[in-house]
Design a protein around this ligand. Structure first.
Ligand SMILES: Nc1ncnc2c1ncn2[C@@H]1O[C@H](COP(=O)(O)OP(=O)(O)O)[C@@H](O)[C@H]1O
Ligand SMILES: [Mg+2]
Length: 611
């Protein structure tokens, strides 16, 4: 039993993932598996040949009275059965596993490689739905083609060819019948499925879209009445899909009725022709009976042609739909997985003193848009002993600060130019190496479904041990522990069914995570995007102090629109000044005041607020 289990698990172990290039045709995955497919088809051919010709072999045995022909029946059959178990079935399993896993892997990888901000929450629901649907479609496509369509074609061809050996005219009659039944009806079924599949896919997409949109709406505007509208949207799309499905099924039943009718008609015609041949002495009775037996056996699956064709076409259309979607999705901007195996630098290589951050003539744009940052350069160098390595970034909303920090953080690859940390191009190293150089906190405060501890340690190495005391102390510093200590402590669930956090609380939770990441990875550079935007003054004060603490060890760049956060900044960059020169320069506050109108306004605005 153990042996059998091991044997059955063998094919899956040797499956290798194929990297699918979605700009190539959808079947390119199969061209990477040519060997397997050829071996499987060859085996189907042998098997069906022996199987289909059995009635004829029996005819030979009976006419010649030579019972050695029995060997023709039994031995090859046994060989094929054994071969099927040891070679073909494992190959088919491999083909399935390899296709599905490679597709899922490549689809996820391609989508992750596109700036996540580019796809909104709703589209991610649709995308995940499409990935699941297409994985399933690939499975059904292979199954239908290899289990049904290829065997059916082979069987019918063999049967037709063997009839030609007995009588040419009969061969022609059968060939014509096959062309009408197989060819014409296949075409009709393909034609009948045309509209329905896209309608059904669309309804499925709408369901996924609406599902995720409802969640987003409830999160955004906390209004369940928004669901009403969604309801109508769902209903409209499903009604339209239902109408096409109904039309399709009516057409389908009608076509199927014709198929069965024609099938019987053809059989009757062939039978009549055979009787005529036997009567005229052109064919022996035994041969005629063998032929009838063979035709009945091999043509029988033709009655399922409707199912085979419509299911194969449906799977094919689902795959096509995914390809059309992914091609219109936008280009890769997010270098996740790039250089996965990349040049493996030793962890020491990039840990230089001084810490340097260099941008060399870099341009960056989002998918299909004109460059937002063009030919910019920047040079910062600070010794590790420098006690205050806090650098601020200011600038009006929408000017490109977040984009700039994404460029520095390794999320937005420059189309031209380089970003170097301690002399290492951050787009030439892999994710785990980048993690040891850079820590980033994004602008949008988020939490994940899970415990408080899971949220604080999210994205950190799993093998690292975090003492509860350490985490509690950290949560106390960011002013969050009081919320949890009388509830479930570190095990309190956050989100769905758990404690729902306010925007500011989420922001502080994200900051706690960043702070812990800084302790674990000791990155040379820390990038923080508007960490205090939703905070009250007391929390702001605490977070600002903790940022200064981070800035003692790492070069810390902080985007802020409130000057309070940057009170201790060693130098500040005004993003408005980018228009005058492509060199981004950080100035000491006094110097910046002389140069930047925006900074002056900010100081004044702040002063007014503080009065
Ligand atoms: N993921 C994205 N895809 C396309 N355009 C974007 C994306 N993120 C930001 N933008 C655009 O880039 C510009 C700069 O945005 P951003 O860098 O977020 O500005 P800031 O952080 O200074 O407010 C804006 O006009 C915005 O519409
Ligand atoms: Mg921003």
């Amino acid at each position: 039993m153990g042996f059998l289990k091991n044997w059955a698990a063998r094919p899956a172990r040797s499956v290798k993932l194929i990297d699918i290039d979605f700009s190539k045709p959808w079947w390119s995955i199969f061209s990477a598996q040519k060997g397997k497919i050829a071996a499987i088809t060859a085996s189907i051919l042998v098997y069906e040949l022996l199987d289909t010709l059995q009635p004829i072999f029996i005819g030979w045995v009976l006419t010649s009275q030579n019972y050695m022909f029995v060997v023709l029946l039994v031995v090859p059959y046994l060989i094929d059965e054994v071969g099927s178990w040891f070679i073909v079935r494992p190959l088919v399993t491999q083909l399935h596993a390899q296709t599905m896993d490679s597709f899922r892997y490549s689809a996820c990888k391609t989508i992750l490689a596109i700036d996540p901000e580019f796809h909104s929450q709703q589209s991610s629901g649709v995308t995940l739905g499409k990935i699941r649907r297409t994985t399933d479609a690939y499975f059904r496509f292979i199954k239908k083609v290899l289990d049904d369509l290829v065997p059916l074609t082979i069987v019918l061809t063999i049967a037709m060819a063997s009839v030609f050996m007995f009588n040419t005219m009969l061969g022609i009659v059968i060939a014509v019948a096959l062309v009408v039944l197989g060819g014409l009806f296949s075409y009709l079924f393909v034609f009948a499925t045309q509209g329905v599949e896209s309608e059904v896919n669309r309804a499925d997409d709408v369901a996924n879209h609406v599902g995720t949109e409802v969640i987003t709406r409830i999160q955004f505007i906390r209004a369940s009445f928004a669901v009403d509208q969604m309801d109508r949207q769902l209903e409209a799309s499903h009604l339209s899909a239902m109408r096409s499905s109904t039309t399709f099924f009516m057409t389908y039943r009608l076509l199927r009725g014709f198929l069965v009718f024609f099938f019987t008609l053809c059989l009757g015609f062939i039978l009549a022709f055979l009787i005529k041949l036997v009567r005229s002495g052109e064919l022996s009775t035994v041969n005629a009976l063998s032929i009838i037996l063979m035709i009945l056996r091999s043509a029988h699956p033709l009655l399922k042609l409707d199912k085979y064709v419509t299911e194969t076409v449906s799977a094919y259309r689902k795959i096509q739909d995914f390809y059309a979607y992914i091609r219109g999705y936008g280009k890769q901007t997010y270098p996740v997985f790039v250089n996965e195996q990349g040049s493996e630098l030793s962890s020491q290589t990039c840990q230089t003193d001084p810490i340097t951050l260099t941008v060399e003539h870099a341009s960056a744009s989002y998918a299909q848009e004109a460059p937002l940052l063009q030919d910019i350069s920047l040079q910062i160098s600070v010794t590790r002993q420098e006690p205050n390595k806090l650098y601020g970034i200011i600038g009006p909303s929408g000017i490109g600060k977040t984009t700039f920090i994404s460029l520095l953080g390794g999320q937005l690859k420059p189309s031209v130019g380089h970003v170097l940390v301690n002399g290492c191009d951050i787009y030439q190293i892999n994710d785990s190496q980048r993690q040891r150089l850079i820590a980033l906190q994004g602008q949008i405060a988020t939490n994940v479904f899970g415990s408080l501890k899971y949220n604080v340690t999210f994205g950190l190495p799993e093998n690292h041990v975090y003492s509860d005391d350490e985490i509690i102390q950290l949560l106390e510093s960011v002013g969050l522990w009081y919320l949890f200590k009388d509830k479930g402590g570190l095990a309190t669930m956050i989100g769905e069914g758990g404690l729902t956090l306010s925007g500011g609380q989420r922001q502080r939770l994200n900051f706690a995570n960043l702070f812990l990441r800084a302790q674990v990875y000791k990155p040379s550079i820390i990038l923080i995007d508007e960490p205090t935007s939703s905070l009250d003054e007391v929390s702001e004060q605490r977070i600002t102090e903790m940022i200064s603490q981070l800035a003692e060890r790492s070069l810390t760049l902080v985007i802020a629109h409130r000057l309070k956060t940057l009170e201790d900044a060693h130098k500040i960059l005004d993003f408005c000044l980018i228009n005058q020169t492509n060199r981004l320069v950080f100035y000491e506050p006094d110097e910046l005041r002389k140069r930047s109108l925006y900074y002056q306004k900010l100081i004044q605005g702040n002063a007014i607020l503080e009065e």
